[in-house]
Ligand binder design. Structure first.
Ligand code: SF4
Length: 227
């Protein structure tokens, strides 16, 4: 499979945030989100066999733990990434899959925790989430909405209610988008939507969502890669 990078860091944006995690970033994406911070994964990378990826994960985290499969869009390499997830589960890793939900998710092993990033209107990629993937969700999965403004918030709020997401998944994450070119200051001044404003909206509407900040951008320089 085509791999951009494999590295160990702290998980940054889910209910697993703060935990040590090995990231396996697959190359290639079929979307172009306006706030994407992973454009370096669109092209290039290197071809690695399943065994080479497993060996590198084991080197970084020899005694199990959390592994996140991310991208790009990892499900574009479904033929290779499904066996990778199966083998990681067999080796007793806890596996997270970060995906836009644009590709079918029916073949993802049921033990994998899906973190599905449903694209909002101002992502530049609205309506790309495949609604049939709602039926693949399991109680341990998480749905994430990256928000830039009130329009995005209202879309996410209404989507949560319309599809009764609180009954389907473990967590619904509302995350302010970060400026794409942010660097230097490690604070929320780089958020495109003020977290305080978002917090007020969530409280006013009593949305069953949790405010989620990308903690890796508050710990390290927002422009840093491999963290
Ligand atoms: S789906 Fe993810 S990797 Fe692809 S453009 Fe959007 S944010 Fe970037």
């Amino acid at each position: 499979m085509q791999i951009t990078e494999i590295y160990k860091s702290l998980q940054g944006e889910s209910t697993y945030a703060g935990l040590p995690c090995v990231f396996v970033r697959l190359t290639g994406c079929n979307l172009r989100c306006s706030w994407c911070d992973s454009e370096f994964s669109f092209h290039g990378g290197k071809k690695m066999t399943l065994q080479e990826v497993l060996t590198e994960v084991a080197r970084l985290s020899p005694s199990g733990g959390l592994v996140e499969i991310t991208g790009g869009e990892p499900m574009l390499q479904e033929r290779d990434v499904i066996p990778l997830m199966e083998q990681l589960l067999d080796a007793d890793y806890q596996v997270l899959l970060e995906t836009s939900g644009e590709r079918p998710l029916a073949r993802v092993p049921k033990q994998v925790i899906k973190i599905v990033d449903v694209k909002c209107p101002h992502s530049g990629e609205p309506d790309t989430f495949a609604l049939e993937n709602l039926e693949t969700l399991r109680p341990h999965d998480e749905l994430k909405f990256v928000l830039t403004d009130r329009t995005d918030y209202e879309f996410a709020r209404d989507f949560v209610v319309r599809h009764r997401l609180a009954e389907r998944v473990h967590a619904i994450l509302f995350s302010p988008a970060f400026e794409k070119a942010a660097s230097g200051a490690r604070d929320t001044s780089h958020c495109l939507l003020d977290p305080q404003e978002l917090a007020q909206w969530i409280l006013e509407d009593n949305v069953p969502a949790r405010l989620s900040l990308q903690i890796h951008k508050l710990i390290w320089d927002p422009a840093a890669k491999g963290v």
